[in-house]
Design a protein around this ligand. Structure first.
Ligand code: SF4
Length: 389
């Protein structure tokens, strides 16, 4: 495949990347303006292979939204509700424990917990939630809260961000989520997420967490009103913070979902746009170890193809997703471990079950002759997954 990039207009960039040199913002923009998707993919695949070899990962996880009540009304958001809305919800800690126990029974190693900016829940609801869930199972990792939630909790607790993060960490927080980055440029941000934290504030929360020894992921919501230069600028700011802290474990690009929200977008991200954005992210973010193809936003079929365009991770089983589905995502609510393993094997990669920090939990046998048959070497987790399905 690399011959695709060696014999065309992008040859100089291929050579630069092959030599281990960092590409510039102008190079990234040039890649975005190229129509040669396969050449871009070939360069990204070179970086991916250098980072992770033939492995591609997934996690057995569960999403858990404690509430969708939110004091903000970001224009792109279909998840947030007000107390007057019939479809608003709020879970008690006991209700969260029931859902967590059910998920632990099918082998999850991570709870991914986010919510809206709740108007009245006290700070000790959040620390109590973490403490209770943390005590359920030693193997469970808690990946919780976006940067704006952290700022909201700091305001609630009347504490500084470092003190707030320290209390949450002491209660059991393992990792921050990457949600809420959207697009950093102020003009775009105020048009799609008025009232939300600035790009600088998002980065500051993650910087503070990293300086405390914490790790997190980061995201970019693309394919709405932003320009290609805005995407490059967003990646530039993430790469700069990663140079500083090395605290991001992965980048997770999020294709915009155009349904049921207030941003009129006539051309939401196509397959072409999604693949090139992942591939260029993989090439540009040379200081990130992992790139996740988020199947919820692009469907598992395209996420599988993205494994040849720079991605080395398919995210997880998820079990119950609200945020993208309330915005019109047509992907299923969950994936089984078998479906993720099958997708990875068909892409001729070695499946690896990972934890929250992208560290391997289980490496599957090398790809069997029948690449599509996930039964051939299934794990204990899969066995119990199937047994309880
Ligand atoms: S994106 Fe987050 S902060 Fe914005 S309205 Fe939705 S839940 Fe609230």
């Amino acid at each position: 495949m690399n011959s695709l990039a060696q014999h065309n207009d992008l040859r100089d960039l291929h050579e630069k990347v092959a030599a281990g040199e960092r590409i510039s913002e102008a190079d990234a923009l040039r890649l975005f303006e190229s129509k040669d998707l396969n050449a871009i993919g070939a360069i990204a695949d070179l970086v991916r292979a250098r980072k992770v070899g033939n492995r591609a990962s997934y996690i057995i996880n569960r999403y858990l939204n404690y509430s969708n009540y939110c004091i903000l009304s970001c224009q792109f958001c279909s998840f947030a509700k007000k107390k007057r809305d019939a479809d608003g919800f709020q879970l008690s800690i006991e209700e969260m424990v029931v859902k967590a126990r059910e998920a632990l029974a099918i082998g999850i190693t991570e709870l991914h917990i986010v919510g809206g900016l709740h108007p009245s829940l006290p700070f000790d609801y959040y620390t109590g939630m973490l403490r209770t869930l943390h005590a359920l199972d030693a193997r469970l990792q808690l990946k919780c809260f976006t940067a704006i939630e952290i700022l909201h909790l700091a305001w609630l607790a009347k504490k500084s961000v470092p003190d707030t993060l320290a209390e949450l960490k002491a209660a059991g927080l393992d990792s921050l989520t990457g949600g809420g980055a959207e697009i950093f440029r102020k003009e775009v941000r105020s048009a799609i997420a008025k009232g939300k934290e600035s790009g600088e504030e998002y980065l500051d929360v993650h910087r503070t967490w990293h300086q405390m020894g914490g790790r997190s992921t980061c995201t970019m919501l693309f394919g709405h009103i932003e320009s290609l230069a805005d995407r490059v600028d967003h990646l530039r700011q993430l790469r700069a913070l990663q140079d500083e802290t090395r605290g991001f474990v992965a980048f997770v690009p999020l294709p915009y979902q155009p349904e049921d929200n207030d941003i009129p977008v006539t051309t939401p991200p196509t397959g072409f746009d999604t693949l090139r954005t992942l591939a260029i992210s993989r090439i540009y973010l040379d200081n990130f170890d992992h790139l996740t193809a988020y199947w919820v936003g692009m469907g598992l079929k395209l996420a599988q193809v993205a494994l040849s365009y720079g991605a080395d991770d398919l995210h997880g089983t998820i079990i119950e997703e609200h945020i993208f589905h309330m915005a019109g995502a047509t992907s299923p609510q969950q994936q089984t471990e078998a479906a993720l393993v099958k997708a990875i094997r068909e892409a001729v990669r070695t499946p690896v079950q990972r934890n929250t920090f992208y560290e391997p939990i289980k490496t599957w046998d090398s790809t069997p002759a029948d690449a599509g048959n996930a039964e051939a070497g299934r794990s204990k987790t899969l066995d119990s997954n199937l047994a309880t399905a």
